[in-house]
Design a protein around this ligand. Sequence first.
Ligand code: DIG
Ligand code: MN
Ligand code: MN
Length: 395
Amino acid sequence: MHDHDRITPAPEDRFTFGLWTVGNPGRDPFGEPVRGAISPVRIVERLAELGAYGVNLHDNDLVSFDASAAERDAIVAEFRRALDDNGMRVPMCTTNLFSHPVFKDGALTADDPAVRAFALQKVMRSMELGAELGAEVYVFWGGREGAEADAARDPRTWIARYRESLDFLCAHSKAQGYGYRFALEAKPNEPRGDIYFATTGHMLHFIETLAHPEMVGVNPEVAHENLAGLNFVHNVGQALEAGKLFHIDLNAQKIGRYDQDLRFGSEDLKGAFLLVRMLEGSGGRFPRWEGMRHFDAHAYRTEDEAGVWDFAAGCMRTYNLLREKAHAFDADPEVQELLAEPRDPDFEALLRYSPEGAAALAEREIDVAPFARAGKRHERLDQLVVEHLLGVRGS
Ligand code: DIG
Ligand code: MN
Ligand code: MN
């Protein structure tokens, strides 16, 4: 952990932001932009000042869709200078396969082979850009891979198309020596009526059907799993257990709303605490996750540019505050006592299959009454979470 106080964000914390996040001009379906554009160079400078480790980008966040090759090279050169001057990295890159009208009915799953070919070409060019900038993770968010009229396309069709596209791009990444790990990001809906591969769970299964599953993982987002009404900590935990948490999109979300992409920790504070606790190793019971703490979020539309930087600082500061709360919680002797796992070598032996063990278990008389009666003290445990969060216990 860095020397000065443990709350002030520093590059060692591995906080990153997408150019599109702090660069969000505040446009929404019902209103025009409220903020002027912030250049990628200024974003790099300001985030470096705030203690971030790096920035991420879609191809078109940096190079506009219609830029010439010469313009592209000049833009990239200026951006790389800003990165070098500010000690900032680009850990992740991704492709905008959702803004241009050509993708209105999908990109990598579109019916027209020409559209799917154009989408592949756009990803290939963006992968090259990311490689030039040192990106190691490549995210795929299929914002337009979905439908409103489900009569149009059978699920087995879009599954096959997405698999064909990702197998193609995995092979291309290997052939080019980019060394990418791909991270698939799920979302259940918006902007499409339904988006294909709706949750991280769907993605985890789909990955195992690919030609190169070893190089493909997931990029779960807090808001997206919440849109599906699911427990984000459970879903990230399954990805961690499978060794497939290659990236993560941190933000916050009110239940039952559109995808709000709010400042990290600004809504479900207990959920954010439990997530940070898990990513940081759950009190040493598991390894700390070493990936980027990426904020895919943006400031309220009420904010000016100063408010954008308040937003960015708040994301990182809240993460570090929750990390320190989590360490104090797991160091709390009463918590440790409540979390102590019951041990019973006799029964534990019976849980590991052997023909003899199974035969013995089949005949074993087990008195279940004491277990049925015993209370689990989860009320006290959860109260301790609340008390640590409210600062009446721990540091
Ligand atoms: C939306 O949650 C998506 C896009 O912003 C981007 O493609 C991806 C990268 O974090 N998240
Ligand atoms: Mn989102
Ligand atoms: Mn995201």
